[in-house]
Design a protein around this ligand. Sequence first.
Ligand SMILES: Nc1ncnc2c1ncn2[C@@H]1O[C@H](COP(=O)(O)OP(=O)(O)OP(=O)(O)O)[C@@H](O)[C@H]1O
Length: 229
Amino acid sequence: MMKETIIRLNKVSKKYHDKVVLSNVDLALKHGELILIKGDSGEGKSTLLNILALLEPIDSGDIYWQEKNISQLDIKGKKRLRKVNMSFIFQDYNLFEDLTLEENLKVFLRLSTNKKEDEIEADIHTYLKKFKMEDRKSIFIKLLSGGERQRIAIMRAFLANKSIIFADEPTANIDEENKKMIVNYFKEWKREGKVILLVSHDDFYDDIADDIYRLHKGNLSKVNRGGVK
Ligand SMILES: Nc1ncnc2c1ncn2[C@@H]1O[C@H](COP(=O)(O)OP(=O)(O)OP(=O)(O)O)[C@@H](O)[C@H]1O
């Protein structure tokens, strides 16, 4: 079965001042796929992620949403697409330090979804259990470890239940055992038809990636994996 494309970049270029960060980049994100982006520091991985997330304007090229050209969409329209369809796992977590874990999840869901209060409560309960964090729910975020925060950031993206997940080095602080757990969640997301765009140096994800790309000097090239997926 052909996988449906959600978002696609066509010959997208971007520079900051004189520095070319992306040069004629083509990339399609399809339902049920995990795409891994690698590249040295400063090569433009976050810029690429931000462009796909409609957070960063482009200099030239086109962006298609379900094969409709949205390059000219205004900020409001982009924001709407983002709110309905996209969630993020960032390196700095963006958690509220002075709220408890449970309060964090509630505030997040109120802001990022249109779920009703009883749905929010039920979902939080389910996911706290799933991520084995029920016993941490009343603890202030500032008292939790780096690994726990990272798991919470990932749990939050699950809870938001959007079709595209953008993750920038999501497991930098996580031990092997928890990494395996996270990888299993990514697999579950793929099975549900979600798209995951992952920026990571970690070879840990190579096996579950449908495609791996390397960004270098503005060019995005597919890594040849010798036919093995
Ligand atoms: N808003 C901006 N204004 C000017 N230059 C920028 C801006 N954002 C990024 N850059 C520059 O563009 C280049 C690519 O940055 P980007 O953050 O996308 O790289 P990266 O591959 O994600 O790096 P890292 O792995 O270190 O996070 C860098 O040289 C950076 O300094």
